[in-house]
Design a binder for this molecule. Sequence first.
Ligand SMILES: Nc1ncnc2c1ncn2[C@@H]1O[C@H](COP(=O)(O)OP(=O)(O)O)[C@@H](O)[C@H]1O
Ligand SMILES: [Mg+2]
Length: 268
Amino acid sequence: MRVRRRDTGSAPAVRLDAVRKVYGKGSAAVAALDGITLSIDVGTFTAVMGPSGSGKSTFLHCAAGLDRPTSGSVVLAGHDLAGLNETALTRLRRERIGFVFQAFNLLPTLTVEQNITLPLKFAGKRADRRLIADVIARVGLTDRARHRPHELSGGQQQRVAIARALAIRPDVLFADEPTGALDTRTATEVLGLLRESVDRDGQSIVMVTHDPIAASYADRVVFLADGRIADELAAPGADAIADRMTHLGTWDESARIHRTPAPFREPR
Ligand SMILES: Nc1ncnc2c1ncn2[C@@H]1O[C@H](COP(=O)(O)OP(=O)(O)O)[C@@H](O)[C@H]1O
Ligand SMILES: [Mg+2]
C-alpha cells in the first residue's frame, strides 16, 4: 500500500497562537478560549480533553476554520485563516479538511457510496472509482456500498462518515466526540480505523473526546480547563489519562474557590 505522508517540511498541520474566543458581550461575555497556543504536527493523532464547558468544541471549531477567533491566529494547512475571506475559507474546508461529528450526518436517501462521494463533488474533484472503492474497503464496508444509512448499525454509519471525510484526502481530519454515540465495541472499531489512517497514510487527526479510552489511541493528549491548556501527556494509557482528569477536576474546584474573576475587556 502507498504511504501518503504530507511532508510540508517542518510546517505543522495546524498552529494556534494566543487564540481567544469570546461569546456574548458586556457582563454576559464568556471567554470560551482564553489564550490557546498549540502546534500540531503532520501525521500525528492528537486528542483534546477537558471537563464539559472547558472549550473543547470551540477549540475544534476555531482550529478547523468553522469559526473565527476573537483574537489570535490560526494557521491551517499552510494558510493563515485571518487572511482568507469567507469564500476562500469555505473552499479550504471543502478541499483540505475532513470533519467527523458525534451525529453521523449522513444523507438518508443516498447510498453509502453516494454519501462518500458527495464531498468530492462539492470540492469539484472527480470521484475516482478505484479510490472510492479503496476508501470503502478500508472502512470494511465493501459489501454495504449500495446500502442506505438506515440499513447500517451505528458503528457502520460512523465508518461511512469517516470514509466520507477521508475520501477528499484531507490535510487534517477533525473529530468531535466521534464515538460519543457508539457502544464500546463499535467505538473500538472506529478508533482503530482512525489510528490506522495515521499509521498507514500519515493522516493528521485532531479529536475531541471526554473518554480516556478513546484518547489513549492518540499520540498526544492535550487537556483544556476554563479555555486554557492545563496540561498535556505524550502517548498516555487510559489509566494515566483518567488519573490526570481526576486531578484536573480537583484543580478546577480549588481554582474556583480561590480565584477572583479576571476583569473582562470588551473585544475590539
Ligand atoms: N455559541 C455560544 N454562545 C455563547 N456561549 C457559548 C457558545 N458556545 C459555547 N459557549 C460557551 O463557551 C464555553 C465553552 O463551550 P464548549 O466549547 O462547547 O465546551 P466543551 O465542548 O468543552 O463542552 C462554555 O461556557 C459554553 O457555555
Ligand atoms: Mg463540546
